[in-house]
Design a protein around this ligand. Structure first.
Ligand SMILES: Nc1ncnc2c1ncn2[C@@H]1O[C@H](COP(=O)(O)OP(=O)(O)OP(=O)(O)O)[C@@H](O)[C@H]1O
Ligand SMILES: [Mg+2]
Length: 267
């Protein structure tokens, strides 16, 4: 059974794509089969974190949504990128896939002006889950509450909302959580990101939990190394001992705990 994990934020630049990339990598290193959908059709980018450049990308999610190719053609195996980052063969090929969105301005403009069938996106999640026998499917979304974001929230097994300690984020997060509750999302987690070193992380986590009545899975520190990485790789692989990575490990564990365990069928 595939578990769908969607990552949201009300505002942009909060850290969604980096969170998705690092959580997905952690699960792959545990031997799980994972795919990432770049559902940020309006401003895609997570493919860069996995070293996938435009020349390597033939078909994108946009092509599938416009009926121009089967979904399987839009899923790129990025397992080797993880091995390259680690400098050794750790992950089996075909363990982690990325479905990128188009970076072509005219294709982005067409989506914005003409839209697409959101139900097809839903079908696509199911199709790819079965085809690739996925354990986890991550959905990286556009900030705010676009149509595809609402869809992803509605069909996720767990919705993770990421926010910075900033008044605009606090207010917007309340809106996202309200909508998620209206969509009867049963499992939600919060993650705080870009937290300054002088802030007591435990106290901030408790404060956020009390405000929203949603469990906080982790409090990620602001990191100069993350700025330096500049979306050119997976932070946890480059900096395995950093406090950011330790917190990502904690969030991975919290996600595992909140999801229903697969039932072992006895013969
Ligand atoms: N903890 C952190 N410390 C420092 N920089 C960070 C941290 N987390 C993310 N960043 C940086 O913030 C920027 C935005 O991160 P990211 O792309 O993951 O956010 P996003 O929410 O996906 O953005 P968008 O809404 O544009 O899709 C990137 O430059 C990233 O390197
Ligand atoms: Mg992003």
């Amino acid at each position: 059974m595939t578990q769908i994990i969607s990552i949201h934020s009300y505002r942009g630049g909060t850290g969604k794509s980096n969170l998705v990339a690092n959580l997905a990598t952690n699960l792959v290193l545990e031997g799980k089969r994972v795919a990432i959908f770049d559902a940020d059709i309006q401003s895609p980018g997570i493919h860069l974190l996995f070293g996938l450049d435009d020349e390597q990308i033939k078909y994108t999610l946009n092509d599938y949504l416009w009926g121009q190719c089967p979904l399987a053609e839009t899923a790129y195996d990025v397992s080797n990128f993880i091995n390259k980052e680690l400098g050794k063969q750790v992950v089996e090929s075909k363990s982690i896939y990325l479905v990128p969105s188009s970076m072509k301005p005219e294709e982005i403009a067409t989506v914005l002006s003409e839209g697409y069938d959101v139900e097809l996106l839903h079908q696509g999640f199911k199709e790819l889950s079965n085809l690739l026998a996925l354990d986890y499917l991550f959905v990286d979304t556009h900030p705010g509450l676009s149509e595809e974001t609402l869809l992803a929230i509605g069909i996720s097994d767990v919705t993770v909302v990421i926010l910075r300690p900033d008044c605009q984020d606090y207010q917007g997060t309340a809106v996202v959580l309200d909508v998620a509750r209206q969509l009867e999302v049963s499992r939600m987690l919060l993650v705080a990101n870009k937290v300054l070193p002088e802030v007591n992380a435990d106290a901030l986590g408790t404060k956020i939990e009390n405000i929203y009545q949603v469990p906080v899975a982790g409090v990620l520190p602001i990191s100069n190394d993350m700025f330096r990485l500049a979306s050119q790789g997976i932070f946890c692989l480059r900096h395995p001992n950093s406090s950011f990575t330790q917190e990502i490990n904690k969030i991975t564990q919290k996600i595992r705990e909140i999801l229903p365990q697969p039932v072992e069928l006895s013969r």
